[in-house]
Design a protein around this ligand. Structure first.
Ligand code: RI2
Length: 373
């Protein structure tokens, strides 16, 4: 994405690799400062995923792939058996960072598959290639999502989005923001309602910043305000990203998405999920099988930002010792979702049939009890 910060213009990706170093935009610091952080080995990359230096299903998938490439390079001098032990340990470390997004697990698996033949030097080369492939494939997928989803957006549309599913979350054009970017670039008049997205504030800090960078009109709203605007007829459609989509279409996305979907349904507002095949997990049959990450309660009791003097500050918004819970995601049942915007175009009901025909082979397993949901 093209970034203008302090008068300097640059073209950066959320995550990339330079030799054995993985580089990331430090999303914890946005929008107040724009910093690139260097991760020198796979353990540092795993740490960066866990603490959300980078975040978003796509970006953590790419980071996971690059972490595996780092592990392969670190172990390149070892005999085959030890190389594989090191690689599998690294895979476990990376898988243990964040449990919900499908992309991370698929990326690790793709890198392990790349190591299933050849001598160590070949394995290293293939793992590095697999990691680069994931990134390039993701970029292409977001371009297709932009085209397919852009057609859904009519001139004058007001669109609600939750969390950040932009270029920082999914490398390229993003997922939910890709169709919005496309419509804007096509000259359509679009406006975006940006949910603040407590507790980490990805909407306030990152989506608003991305839209500002691109000159797309928007307004930041408190999470609690989305229903108000939907009820007043000021939202034409909702588009969100996804962290994991089950085979029946149930979708895990940032906490609060479920509420928005229910209110959209009640108000007959189309609710679309933008995500590529990397986020669709056919091994997970329904939303009940999706593991939901629970993060540190301090993310709820404290907030981070700039004080009036412009200094980064953390403040407590709850009393000392307040008991808090912090689920990072919720699951929106498929019945509230009008469709999915994917790299293969728009998918509408029955989701499972389309998912199996587009994202798996050889098709829906016979007698699948979820068929038609
Ligand atoms: P892409 C985020 O999670 C949110 O759930 C957001 O909707 C999603 O990732 C976007 O991911 P977090 O990593 O679909 O900020 O754009 O906790 O990959």
């Amino acid at each position: 994405m093209n970034v203008k910060m302090d008068g300097v213009e640059m073209d950066v990706l959320a995550v990339w690799r330079e030799g054995s170093v993985v580089k990331m935009v430090d999303q914890r610091k946005l929008p107040h400062s724009f910093e690139i952080i260097d991760l020198k080995d796979h353990k540092e990359t795993a740490w960066a995923i866990k603490v959300m230096v980078t975040r978003g299903a796509g970006s953590i998938g790419c980071a996971a792939g690059f972490g595996m490439a780092q592990a392969a390079l670190e172990a390149a001098y070892l005999p085959d058996k030890d190389f594989m032990v090191y690689l599998n340990d690294a895979a476990d470390t990376i898988r243990a960072t964040r449990p919900t997004a499908a992309n991370l697990f698929k990326a690790v698996d793709k890198c392990l598959e790349a190591a299933d033949w050849g001598k160590v030097s070949i394995k290293v080369e293939n793992i590095v290639k697999a990691a680069e492939y994931i990134l390039n494939d993701d970029i292409k997928a977001t371009e297709e999502i932009a085209k397919a989803g852009g057609r859904l957006i009519k001139d004058g549309f007001k669109i609600l989005t939750h969390c950040n599913a932009g270029a920082l979350a999914y490398i390229g054009l993003g997922t939910a923001l890709a169709p919005i970017r496309q419509a804007h670039r096509d000259g359509k008049n679009v406006f975006v309602w940006v949910d603040e997205t407590r507790p980490r504030g990805q909407g306030a800090r990152i989506t608003a910043w991305e839209l500002e960078q691109e000159g797309i009109p928007y307004a930041l709203i408190a999470d609690n305000a989305a229903g108000y605007y939907m009820q007043r007829g000021e939202v034409d459609m909702v588009i969100v990203g996804a962290d994991r989509i089950a085979a029946n279409g149930d979708t895990a996305n940032k906490i609060g998405t479920y509420e928005k979907a229910v209110v959209a349904f009640e108000n007959k507002i189309p609710f679309w999920v933008a995500a590529p095949g990397m986020t669709i997990d056919l091994q997970t049959k329904t939303g009940d099988n999706i593991e939901i990450e629970e993060r540190d309660p301090e993310e709820v009791t404290k907030m981070w930002g700039l004080n009036d003097a412009g200094e980064p500050t953390t403040i407590s918004i709850a009393g000392v010792g307040t008991n808090a819970r912090n689920p990072a995601f919720d699951v929106t049942p498929a019945k509230f979702i009008d469709g999915f915007i994917t790299e293969h175009g728009l998918i509408q009901r029955p989701f499972i049939e389309a998912f199996y025909s587009l994202f798996a082979s050889p098709g829906i397993p016979p007698g699948n009890k979820y068929a038609g949901t």
